[in-house]
Design a protein around this ligand. Structure first.
Ligand code: ARG
Length: 457
């Protein structure tokens, strides 16, 4: 039964009905819809808009409907959308009092409320997953605090760092994602109910009362904005995209680190798959999917933005298209974060290969230039001299660590025996003790900060 049949004489065409209905996907929001209706009903009674007895009747029946859906006793079907379904079921169960629930409400403010409740749940769950992920990354960072590896720029070896420093970098990225979500939550957690269809309502409702019941921090300030605002959904999807983007970056690194050419990472059997034709293969499918799933969520965000572009005030049916991107992003995000955290528990690293790689590519050339600069040579000149030393190494197939003091001295008399240790990756790492650096004590400070920040998340 439609919620709006009074004005019509003909039934909606079957194909138009199928096109119009959102039940196949918005059924996902049944809990939020019922919770919102219970609060609305309590508010109506509180404001003496409907009798207490009716309200009790409605609330009792709504609670039972929720219970029946959760137990599987009640199938969600045969309705235009989840709001119609719940209301139809209510009227089926208690008759006329049920027909009072929609007083001072429109599906426009109802759906905006349900969606905000849904997104709020998504945010809370994601923040919890991020907390766990950042803690795991911090643990790995601490464990690998002295595993040297090359840091890259332009994917060329740049300077030595540690695997711990690398993991702490990602921990910072995912920490920001959590903080961003929590900030987004402030704008999500505002109640639009009471905006009515668009221009609010003539009933003396108490919106703050409903907001309190539903755990909202406040109410939307303008009814036209209240029903037509989907900024909160765009913001949430943008936060989700950012998380997936971070996952795609680290997993791209894991994909090539797992290949023979790098060999930095040992894929756990539990998180890799084989080939149907090549018996030797062990593929990083999980990491590739974690890289690829970002595309889906970018699509969810792009779809949402595109739907909202150019929409006039207030509610337009286009906005029904807001749900699937949210659901899809949430599911993708949750599964991705769970599988990635589980992967991290099992993955191991080839420390010897990482350490060998750390010294390659003349990665300690900056140390040599810094040495000269610290001895009074202008940095530009020091850079020039060191460039010549590197060229000498390249032409003579030598590493900086293989040069003798005499060889160094042939480029500048400033060099002394301590240059021989200054160009070792271990000293390059140990000397980078400034804030943000990779020296062990500094890294431990960063990890401590991370752990404190996670507690506040
Ligand atoms: N299913 C609709 C949606 O998701 C509910 C709101 C319907 N409002 C309306 N004016 N037709 O947007």
């Amino acid at each position: 039964m439609k919620l709006w049949s009074g004005r019509f004489t003909a039934e909606l065409d079957k194909i138009a009905e199928q096109f119009n209905d959102s039940l196949p996907f918005d059924r996902e929001m049944y809990r939020q819809d019922i919770t919102g209706s219970i609060a609305h009903c309590k508010m109506l009674a509180h404001c003496c808009i409907i009798p207490d007895a009716d309200a009790q009747n409605i609330v009792g029946a709504l609670e039972k409907i929720l219970e029946d859906i959760e137990s599987g006793a009640l199938e969600i079907e045969n309705a235009e959308d989840i709001h119609s379904f719940v209301e139809n079921e209510l009227v089926k169960r208690i008759g006329d009092p049920g027909r009072k629930l929609h007083t001072a409400r429109s599906r426009n403010d109802q759906v905006a409320t349900d969606t905000r409740l849904y997104v709020r749940d998504c945010i809370d769950k994601t923040v919890m997953l991020l907390r766990a992920l950042v803690s795991t990354l911090a643990d790995i960072a601490e464990r690998e605090k002295s595993t040297a590896m090359p840091a890259y720029t332009h994917m060329q070896k740049a300077q030595p760092t540690t695997l711990g420093h690398y993991f702490a970098a990602y921990a910072n990225m995912f920490l920001r994602d959590g903080e961003r979500l929590k900030d987004c939550r402030k704008r999500v957690n505002v109640l639009p109910l009471g905006s009515g269809a668009c221009a609010s309502t003539t009933f003396p409702i108490d919106r703050d009362y409903t907001a309190k019941l539903l755990g909202f921090d406040g109410v939307t300030q303008n009814s036209l904005d209240g029903v037509s605002d989907r900024d909160f959904a765009i913001e949430y999807l943008s936060c989700a995209t950012q998380i997936m983007l971070h996952l795609s970056r680290i997993n791209e690194e894991f994909v090539y680190w797992s290949g023979e050419e790098f060999g930095f990472l040992i894929l756990p059997d539990e998180y890799s798959t084989g080939s149907s034709i090549m018996p030797q293969k062990k593929n990083p499918d999980v990491n590739e999917l974690l890289r690829g799933k970002c595309g889906r969520v970018v699509g969810d965000l792009t779809g949402m933005i595109t739907v909202m572009k150019g929409l006039p005030l207030a509610y337009n049916k286009d906005m029904q298209e807001d749900k699937e991107p949210i659901f899809d992003a949430d599911k993708t995000l949750e599964l991705s974060l769970r599988v990635f955290s589980a992967f991290l528990e099992k993955v191991s690293f080839d420390r010897a290969k990482l350490e060998r790689a750390a010294a390659g590519g003349h990665s300690c050339a900056t140390e040599c230039a810094d040495y000269l600069a610290a001895h009074g040579i202008p940095f530009r000149t020091a850079h020039e001299i060191t460039g010549k030393i590197v060229l000498y190494c390249v032409n003579n197939n030598k590493t900086l660590q293989q040069l003798s003091l005499e060889e160094f001295r042939s480029f500048s008399p400033v060099f002394d025996t301590d240059i021989l240790t200054a160009v070792l990756p271990s000293s390059a790492i140990a000397r980078r003790s400034v804030k943000g650096g990779c020296a062990e004590t500094e890294l431990l400070r960063q990890i401590k900060e991370l752990r404190q920040a996670v507690k506040k998340l």
